[in-house]
Design a protein around this ligand. Structure first.
Ligand SMILES: [Mg+2]
Length: 382
């Protein structure tokens, strides 16, 4: 079998899909997206045609190593997100070739379903209680939200008090029926993160994500020693090499690598197994589209230490298109009792509706992260 074409589709709300075709009629889908950089990733995928057209798609690991080790420059968000989409698509092809789900080819599933959660509250946390109650009515028992708006390196206790009051009110409203994951989203700096983690311990979050931005693994490790809240990091790390320091410095109690940003299913499984050796669970990051989520579910099937799966059904980003819009009815995602089932179909286990993909690609998108500024006019981390 030989790869004959790499086709990319920029589709709403902010995604990029990849279809890898072969000379035997089999094809696979991947999602090589980096949010806010979809056109760049499409260009990167087409650069990879040089290496991929004419290759045997079954040689997944050799392809991974060839792309990763080619030339001087390794890793990083662009290359590894492109690689992620290719890796997902090749696993999809291999699974279809053998008539088996990806997890069956990687050792077999260790679970039938995975607990799942999604965002509430938007970019600036708002309307948390109402959205939390809607989520609970839909069967969820966990959610995540931004803990704060923009915050200066050193900010006021008026803001700290407002943050604690907002989250405490949510905890009072939902009791212990809904687990709360908080995202500091890299918008909090180390001095304020230390204060907030202490103040927020009484609301008992299941984890705090990106307590400081992931460039500061050392600061994260310092914070981890001071709090009982599990600290989570990973959405902005891009390979097992990036995660090594997190493990060695004991900087995290849980990690959230993104199957669409770390080099695909192959690298996610490696990172998951590395984490297991440190008694660290994984909670795959996925505020992305249906192909990325299907790839995550294959990882969740294989990694014993996968504890909860993020997904974006109905979240604030999904204007103009949601996950299930792009899938045939029989393979649409459905959360039941707070769990997502592990897909059992061949490959990634989903049936992408290519007619819809082509239609929506004519609309495309121009999604960009917002630009925020502090009161003094300086740029604020989003
Ligand atoms: Mg995050």
């Amino acid at each position: 079998m030989k790869i004959t074409a790499l086709k990319t589709f920029v589709v709403p709300p902010r995604w990029l899909f990849l279809k890898v075709e072969t000379d035997e009629g089999l094809f696979g889908w991947g999602e090589p997206v980096l949010e806010g950089h979809a056109e760049t990733l499409a260009a990167k995928i087409h650069e990879l045609e040089t290496f991929l057209i004419g290759r045997d798609p079954m040689l997944i690991e050799d392809t991974w190593q060839m792309i990763y080790r080619n030339g001087c420059y390794r890793g990083g968000p662009v290359l590894m997100s492109a690689m992620s989409g290719v890796d997902m698509a090749l696993w999809d092809i291999k699974g279809k070739a053998y008539g088996q789900p990806v997890h069956a080819l990687m050792g077999g599933k260790v679970r039938d379903r995975i607990r799942s959660y999604r965002w509430i509250g938007g970019d600036r946390p708002d309307n948390l209680i109402a959205e939390a109650k809607d989520l609970m009515a839909a069967g969820y028992n966990a959610c995540k939200f931004n803990a704060t708006e923009e915050l200066q390196y050193i900010d006021s206790f008026a803001k700290v008090d407002a943050i604690v009051a907002r989250i405490s009110a949510l905890r009072d409203a939902v009791g212990t029926d809904l687990d709360l994951a908080l995202d500091f989203h890299g918008r909090v700096h180390a001095p304020m993160a230390r204060i907030l983690l202490k103040e927020l311990e009484p609301v008992r979050p299941i984890f705090v994500e990106d307590a400081v931005v992931s460039a500061h693994i050392g600061a994260m490790a310092d914070l981890a020693r001071e709090t009982s809240i599990p600290l989570c990091i990973g959405e902005r790390l891009h390979s097992r090499y990036d995660f090594r320091e997190v493990f060695e410095k004991r900087a995290a109690g849980i990690i959230n690598p993104d199957t669409a940003h770390v080099g695909g299913i192959s690298e996610m499984v490696r990172i998951g197994h590395m984490a297991e050796a440190y008694d660290i669970p994984i909670a795959p990051h996925c505020p992305l589209g249906p192909i990325a989520l299907a790839a995550c579910l294959q990882v969740d099937a294989i990694c014993y230490n996968a504890v909860i799966q993020e997904q974006s059904l109905g979240i604030h980003y999904n204007q103009g298109g949601d996950l299930n819009d792009y899938l045939r009815p029989e393979s649409r995602f459905k959360v039941e009792d707070g769990f997502l089932p592990i897909p059992q179909g061949p490959g990634l286990g989903i049936e992408v509706d290519e007619d819809v993909v082509q239609d929506r690609a004519r609309i495309g998108h121009n999604w960009r992260a917002p630009v925020w500024r502090h009161a003094d006019g300086s740029i604020a981390d989003w």
